[in-house]
Design a protein around this ligand. Structure first.
Ligand code: F6P
Length: 341
């Protein structure tokens, strides 16, 4: 049997750990042959493959990024996309594909699988917003990086008695903002799921100054003011219809300065959150996902995705039936209201 491995969408720490465990178990226990697909669905459309065996995956466990490359290519936005992917796999005698991706890449995998290509999905993303799994790998590393940044920003904010706004990733969901904000002791946490009232934010900022502490405001890039709109980096759409976000941090600092008459600065963490070595938890989760994904292939259990439920890894249908994004429940967000202000 020959199996292809593909990584798609925004990269995240832990992708290499999945590739390694899929290949190690597949070769050692099931005698499977492997091939890597270059740059996500783009390589599948263009017929670009790369050899993948035990020697290729040696030493990659702690390395961030993906040795296979990635892209935000959507095969269904390209002429004859389905046929081209199918032909590439046939030309390389690939029987099944392990697809490691987020909501978009796995959505395309689901459609390709519905049309007859054998697929098993593995959920990844620093945003932790893939439905069906309690956690995705990459998230823990991103939260660690954001928390360390917040810890550092506390001391400089206090030295100058000014507000520090920290903008973190999270287009549709505020998981990183909430976890890092709580872990870093932020005074205000703003997430896309809960449109915020700028007067209330400024009230919390003033209150923090009154108690002789400097405010730390953590905002997800997709956070929106109640009577405003999403702030975009530019208007260009990617092949899944997403715009590039960023700017809410700068907007907040300006509003806070104007409305409270106090100084504010912004730090945008951006792709630092996605780069570098994965945390121990992400290596553990990614490794387990890989082991279970190749078991699903061996069992011929296609059209499924491996997922974490509690401490168990289970197989669920490839995402697509319910909501596209796993969001923060309002009651979870409300748990931390006591720390605001
Ligand atoms: O991977 C998801 C994500 O981290 C989003 O939170 C963010 O909006 C996006 O990636 C940015 O990615 P890129 O700049 O690579 O398109």
């Amino acid at each position: 049997m020959k199996v292809g491995v593909l990584t798609g969408g925004g990269d995240c720490p832990g992708l290499n750990a999945v590739i390694r465990s899929v290949v190690r178990k597949g070769v050692q226990e099931y005698g499977i042959e492997f091939v890597g697909v270059r740059d996500g669905w783009l390589g599948a459309l263009q017929g670009r493959m790369t050899p993948l065996d035990i020697s290729t995956v040696r030493g990659i466990l702690p390395r961030g990024g993906t040795i296979l490359g990635s892209s935000r290519t959507n095969p269904f936005q390209h002429e004859d996309g389905f046929r081209r992917v199918r032909d590439t796999l046939a030309a390389h005698r690939v029987d099944a594909l392990v697809v490691i991706g987020g909501e978009d890449t796995l959505g395309a995998a689901r459609e390709l699988s519905r049309q007859g290509i054998a697929m098993v999905g593995v959920p990844k993303t620093i945003d932790n917003d893939v439905p069906g799994t309690d956690y995705t790998f990459g998230f823990d590393t991103a939260v660690g990086i954001a928390t360390e940044a917040i810890d550092r920003l506390h001391t400089t904010a206090e030295s100058h008695m000014r507000t520090l706004v920290v903008e973190v990733m999270g287009r549709h969901s505020g998981w990183i903002a909430l976890h890092a904000g709580v872990a870093g002791g932020a005074n205000v946490i703003l997430i896309p799921e809960q449109p915020f009232d700028i007067d209330q934010v400024c009230g919390w900022v003033r209150n923090r100054f009154r108690t002789q502490y400097a405010p730390i405001v953590v905002a997800a890039e997709g956070a929106v003011p109640k009577d405003g709109h999403l702030i975009l980096k530019d208007r260009q759409l990617d092949e899944y219809g997403h715009v590039r976000l960023s700017g809410i941090g700068e907007w907040l600092a300006r509003e806070i300065e104007t409305r409270t008459g106090t100084e504010a600065r912004t730090t945008v963490l951006g792709h630092v959150q996605r780069g570098g070595t994965p945390s121990a938890f992400d290596r553990w989760l990614a490794t387990r996902f890989g082991l279970h994904a190749i078991d699903a292939v061996r069992d011929g259990h296609y059209g499924t995705m491996v997922a974490l439920r509690g401490t168990r890894i289970v197989r669920v249908p490839l995402i697509g039936t319910g909501p596209k994004t796993k969001v923060v429940d309002p009651s979870l967000y409300d748990e931390f209201g006591v720390f605001f202000g």
